[in-house]
Design a protein around this ligand. Structure first.
Ligand code: NAP
Length: 252
């Protein structure tokens, strides 16, 4: 349940709010009256998103340029944002990267970047949120995993592994905090039209705004794990049951 804070109203911290799903979520939360703190590297894009949200008489969005791989900055920035918002109620970790990987490429530097952004950045931010939530016995912690995290795919071994790691971390947080009034929500989107998937053709693709509306519903209602759109729940339930050897050599 979202908490009213000392400034009144509700608030959300969106990490990775400068494009795609994070941008859509920032707008969706603001449409429901949340004050939103927008975090990502590109200041100009954050400003564009905030300008689209803020009105002369109603400033709901603030921007906080930050690289999530700068882990040492996180504790101070988290406290600063919470102070500005007048309290903590919701955080959604959206930052993610999926660099193209050639079929025969094994590149540790690229792999490390994926884990730094998709996993360690999430832990840096969500550990701060968890500490705060545990103390106040309330709050919502959400992160964008992916259907890709449900199985290892030959096209993107490390991206899949990063989303599996994130989902496992989120489950652990939920098991720690769920009985203390804290909600931990794992979102598993299927393909969404964003800069990350530019030029890719994939089944059941939805727009970033559509994904954001469905994710907003899942985050603000009592969901623990949500496939977005819901069609991916039966599909992934079936795919998770396929014996691993049947995947070998297949382009899935
Ligand atoms: N699109 C899909 O089909 C799909 C499907 C399943 C899951 N997802 C997940 O959904 C999330 C959002 O992806 P998207 O599709 O909306 O992609 P996107 O438009 O490329 O957005 C990625 C976001 O991550 C931020 N980011 C990347 N590196 C960062 C860094 N080092 N520090 C801070 N922020 C960083 C980007 O901001 P800056 O570049 O400004 O830093 C941007 O705001 C990702 O976690 C992705 O894995 C996407």
């Amino acid at each position: 349940m979202a908490q009213k804070n000392t400034k009144g109203g509700r608030s959300a911290i969106i990490i990775g709010a400068s494009s795609g799903i994070g941008e859509g979520l920032a707008k969706r939360f603001a449409r429901s009256g949340y004050r939103v703190a927008l975090v990502a590297r590109r200041e100009s894009e954050l400003r564009r998103v905030a300008d689209g949200i803020n009105r002369k008489d109603r400033k709901l969005a603030t921007i906080h340029p930050h690289d999530v791989t700068n882990f040492a900055q996180v504790p101070t920035l988290f406290q600063q944002i919470v102070h500005e918002l007048g309290g903590f109620d919701t955080i959604v970790y959206c930052s993610g990267v999926m660099p193209p990987v050639a079929k025969n490429e094994y590149n540790l530097e690229k792999d490390r970047q994926v884990f730094d952004v998709n996993v360690l950045g999430a832990m840096a931010w969500l550990n701060e949120a968890a500490t705060r939530c545990e103390r106040q016995e309330s709050g919502t912690i959400a992160a964008l995993g992916s259907v890709a995290g449900d199985r290892g795919r030959k096209g993107q071994p490390v991206y899949c592994a990063s989303k599996a790691a994130l989902a496992s971390y989120m489950e652990g947080l939920r098991n720690r905090l769920g009985h203390r009034g804290v909600r931990v929500v794992t979102i598993k989107p299927g393909p969404v039209k964003t800069p990350m998937t530019e030029g890719l053709k994939m089944p059941f693709m939805i727009t970033a705004d559509d994904a954001a509306s469905q994710i907003f519903r899942a985050v603000t209602r009592k969901r623990t794990t949500a496939y977005v759109p819901i069609i991916w729940w039966p599909i992934m339930t079936a795919i998770r049951c396929i014996p691993s050897f049947l995947f070998r050599g297949k382009d899935i």
